[in-house]
Design a protein around this ligand. Structure first.
Ligand SMILES: Cc1cc2nc3c(=O)[nH]c(=O)nc-3n(C[C@H](O)[C@H](O)[C@H](O)COP(=O)(O)O)c2cc1C
Length: 179
């Protein structure tokens, strides 16, 4: 691997979310392996953690982040116990001392809707001993509130930033939906 310092980037975010390859290992609804990468929570998380370790060894932990979406189920990539999955990953990542963990809110059940949801990332936030980034469905007000209340260190914005880079006049209508 050519080190990021040689190509001018500050770091690498490992994409372990939204049904891409790593996520497919993590989720028990799509991972049907019978070797040491399938079955138990520990086994399903092994591939992701080995990648984290390899990238950390290559470029240094302070240049590495990871994005995870334990609650998402895009393209059938869902898990029967997403809270346990998110918590296991948050706890396991502590070993590597990476720069941050970026996690997608449970309420992000579809790409275009903000929904209210009883599930929470707070247990993962408490378990992870590093910078914790949350995303999905945030506007300026509740993003600031999440940081003020200690539920996140940073909030990542997608849709609201694309049409409105200054984040000054955002409004999201909140849909109530069980999840
Ligand atoms: C048009 C569009 C494309 C997206 N593509 C991806 C993608 O390729 N991979 C991914 O992990 N998330 C993708 N997302 C999700 C965003 O990264 C982000 O998690 C999501 O938009 C939630 O944040 P927001 O509510 O602030 O928009 C996409 C979102 C949108 C709206």
């Amino acid at each position: 691997m050519q080190s990021v310092k040689f190509v001018g980037f500050d770091g690498v975010e490992i994409h372990g979310a939204h049904d891409y390859l790593i996520d497919q290992y993590l989720k028990d609804q799509v991972n049907d392996r019978t070797d040491q990468y399938g079955g138990s929570l520990e086994n399903r998380c092994r591939f992701a953690l080995e990648i984290v370790e390899a990238v950390v060894n290559e470029i240094g932990a302070d240049r590495v982040g990871i994005r995870l979406s334990p609650f998402a189920d895009y393209k059938d990539s869902g898990d029967s116990n997403p809270s346990a999955l998110g918590l296991y990953m948050a706890e396991s990542l502590n070993k590597y001392g990476i720069a941050y963990c970026h996690m997608v809110e449970p309420r992000m059940k579809t790409p275009l809707q903000k929904v209210e949801c009883l599930d929470s990332l707070v247990p993962m936030r408490k378990a992870f001993r590093g910078t914790f980034i949350v995303t999905s469905g945030y506007d300026r007000e509740d993003g600031n509130k999440a940081v003020d209340e200690g539920r996140a260190d940073l909030v990542a914005y997608g849709r609201m930033f694309i049409p409105n880079p200054d984040l000054s006049s955002m409004h999201l209508s909140t849909m109530s939906r069980g999840c």
